[in-house]
Design a protein around this ligand. Structure first.
Ligand SMILES: [Ca+2]
Length: 616
């Protein structure tokens, strides 16, 4: 069973971090050169904010504008380019620091304030002088990571330092079907991303069943027939352009689990996949070209049972490329397999790095000199927590297996380990966990691609189960998104089987039932029953809680929030009938960084799904 304890401990630690003072740049809100209390005011070209001038609703500091002494950036405010926050300026709740903005010495970062590019844990922006580290200064309360050294020199936030700076960040929204730049759904499963120059290329498989499910995500299918390998490009990791779809006439009955690596000797991009009954190789002169079939290895010597379970590719900084895989049939052996050095068109000698229990969804990333081999349980198309082993050398020896922190609370945001992207920028680096949600074949919710940022506690990776976050690929930083849903496992899709306590929740007298508002599952309370979860690590502020519900005779039913530092809040669910309807509890003023959310009833039955706890 999942153990949410780890997640909570981590969140508590994050919340404590969030309480310390910070030094994020504050938006400069002025009105035609004078800091007035004007909503929606625009800062003058060289205006100075006046004393006590509050920022307007959506103020924009103009170039050169200086925030007033105690001016507060308004919600949504944007610091102007080169703006200088005043000594006590407060960043707006979702304010963004300007590109070269400098945080004032006593400034307080907004709860989701975003530091400017050059102030991400840098010299004056995030925690240099006050020593609070970039993590609260730039990234907001929940933000983590940003890489070692992002925190200021005297800051406490070195290792976990500034998540920060995202003046140009782009939102990643999970739990939905992604669209490419032309508005067409992105069909890419079981693939990988490589970086060529300043452009990321994303390869994955388009299955015909994925098209069917995205068009009507109400019941899963088993149509794994191969439509092609899609190739998308992006410079910001958020907007993806479809460059090509490559079909292979000899793909076979199963084609998938592919990766692309570049061989400098042959100057070829090499695609490695499961296909045509073995290990399938194809090449292209360019990252987006029509990859041409080269060969299939049908028997892989040195790998138990002669072929791979799941697999991905990994290319190290020295250019060497590897197949990352488990063995077929039981999948109880894990391997790092060098590809043939001369052309990458065959495998070399496998090194068995782990064994004894079945693992799949195998993928590897490198961070701060350590290699992390991650994998999942044998849950078929369903979600799993994420197992991890790490080593200083890619061929090992690897240490003891552990479950990646937070991945047990909602089974890796209802995904299976897919692949990883290491984002290196001007202000830091971090790793994206690119999870595969095989919802087309498992029916477990919306969307195929769920990407979450990883943080680190020393050499221990920490999973941040976010539904929305902002990535700044150029800076190598990230922040929590303004519409992030803070509830874990909100749609009850993590548990693929019948349970009486769902992952991430506590429950009495209830169980999951099939037929969700979204996905396969919902949660049903019968008689005197309750389901709830403690959400920690919440930035203080006002929240709205909502849930979809239907029911019968549930006269005492209610949706509730408590333990958030204010008066308990609730809304009746007693009116729920046989049709799904949404009920909300607005105005939850969180002042202690946490909130318990749930639903309860005393009579009848009520079925709930799709909890959302979002900051206003
Ligand atoms: Ca559901």
């Amino acid at each position: 069973m999942p153990k949410p304890i780890l997640r909570r401990l981590t969140c508590i630690a994050m919340a404590v971090v969030g309480c310390s003072s910070a030094n994020a740049p504050g938006p400069a809100a002025t009105d035609a050169g004078l800091g007035g209390a004007t909503a929606n005011g625009l800062g003058g070209a060289v205006g100075s904010g006046g004393t006590d001038a509050p920022g307007g609703g959506t103020p924009s500091g103009a170039a050169g504008a200086a925030g007033g002494q105690t001016s507060g950036g308004g919600r949504g405010g944007t610091g102007g380019q080169d703006a200088t926050s005043g000594p006590s300026a407060g960043g707006g709740k979702t304010g963004s620091g300007g590109e070269s903005s400098v945080g004032g010495t006593l400034s307080i970062g907004g709860e989701r304030a975003t530091g400017g590019i050059t102030s991400a844990g840098g010299t004056a922006g995030g925690g240099a002088t006050a020593g609070t580290g970039g993590r609260t200064g730039l990234g907001g309360t929940l933000a983590r990571d940003g890489g070692p050294g992002t925190g200021g020199t005297s800051a406490g936030g070195g290792v976990d330092g500034g998540a920060g700076g995202s003046a140009t960040g782009k939102l990643i929204r999970n739990d939905m079907f992604w669209k490419d730049t032309s508005g067409t759904p992105i069909y890419s499963q079981g693939g990988g991303v490589i970086l060529v120059g300043d452009t990321y290329y994303w390869y994955g498989v388009k299955y015909n069943g994925a098209v069917t499910y995205a068009a009507k995500p109400t019941s899963q299918n088993d149509d794994t027939s191969f439509a092609g390998v899609t190739i998308y490009s992006s410079k910001d990791l958020a907007a993806w352009k479809l460059e090509n779809t490559v079909a292979f006439s000899n793909a076979g009955s199963w084609f998938g689990r592919l990766g692309v690596v570049y061989n400098a000797k042959t100057k070829k991009y090499v695609m490695v996949a499961q296909g045509a009954g073995g290990l399938f190789f194809a090449t292209s002169d360019t990252p987006t070209g029509n990859f041409v079939f080269d060969n299939v290895q049908t028997t892989l010597s040195g790998i138990a049972n002669g072929n791979t379970g799941d697999q991905t590719t990994f290319q190290d900084d020295d250019g060497k490329a590897y197949l990352i895989c488990s063995s077929m049939s039981g999948r109880s052996n894990l391997y790092v397999v060098p590809l043939r050095d001369s052309d990458f068109l065959a495998i070399g000698t496998p090194t068995r790095i782990f064994g004894g229990v079945g693992r799949e969804g195998n993928a590897l990333f490198k961070y701060d000199g350590h290699y992390y081999f991650c994998s999942s349980d044998l849950h078929g198309w369903n979600a799993s927590h994420t197992y991890c082993i790490s080593a200083a050398n890619i061929l090992g020896p690897y240490g003891s297996e552990f479950v990646m922190t937070n991945t047990d609370a909602d089974f890796s945001h209802v995904t299976q380990t897919g692949f990883f992207i290491t984002v290196k920028g001007t202000a830091g680096s971090f790793v994206i966990f690119a999870g595969d949600r095989w919802s087309d074949f498992a029916g477990n919710g919306l969307g195929y691609n769920q990407w979450m940022p990883l943080g680190f506690d020393g050499t221990s990776p920490i999973f941040n189960s976010l539904s929305e976050w902002s990535v700044d690929a150029a800076a190598g930083t990230w922040t929590v998104g303004p519409n992030n849903n803070y509830a874990a496992n909100p749609s009850f899709e993590a548990d693929r089987v019948s349970v009486t306590t769902p992952a991430g929740w506590t429950a009495t007298s209830s169980s999951n039932v099939q037929g969700g508002h979204t996905g396969r599952w919902a949660w049903q309370l019968a008689g005197a029953a309750t389901i709830d979860q403690q959400v920690a690590s919440l930035p203080n502020g006002t929240y709205t809680l909502s849930v979809w519900a239907k029911g019968s005779g549930a006269t005492g039913a209610k949706l509730y929030a408590n333990g958030f530092g204010g008066t308990d809040a609730s809304a009746s669910l007693a009116g729920a009938n046989g049709t799904w309807a949404v009920v909300s509890v607005p105005g939850i003023a969180v002042s202690n960084g946490k909130c318990r959310i749930g639903a309860t009833t005393t009579t009848g039955t009520i079925t709930v799904d799709d909890f959302v706890l979002v900051k206003n």
